[in-house]
Design a protein around this ligand. Structure first.
Ligand SMILES: [Zn+2]
Length: 102
């Protein structure tokens, strides 16, 4: 998957389009990511004692196709390319700058 944990991404679709956030979790099997502060849903939770019910906000997973990686080098939302690195491993590169990401 092109997006990994701790990447900064730009949301390109849906109600949070235009927001940026940090990926908290990449759900590889589902092709989804959880982005901090994005795609929040309110959940009511019954609280103990006298305070009544509580509302908590929780991030719901977003499809990877709805986000773009924000390059940490040029700070632009970019497409990711893969490139063989010298040591035989594959690295991600930014199509704009084009620096290796990570
Ligand atoms: Zn870049």
């Amino acid at each position: 998957m092109k997006i990994r944990k701790n990447d900064t991404v730009l949301i390109t679709k849906g109600k949070d389009r235009g927001k940026q956030g940090v990926v908290q979790k990449a759900l590889l099997d589902e092709g989804k990511v959880i982005v901090e502060g994005v795609n929040l849903v309110k959940r009511h939770r019954k609280a103990q004692g006298m305070s009544g019910s509580d509302i908590i906000e929780k991030e719901m997973p977003l499809a990877v196709s709805n986000v773009m990686l924000v390059c940490p080098h040029c700070l632009a939302p970019t497409k990711v390319a893969f490139k063989e690195l010298g040591d035989g491993s594959k690295g991600r590169i930014c199509k704009k700058c084009p620096e290796v990401i990570e």
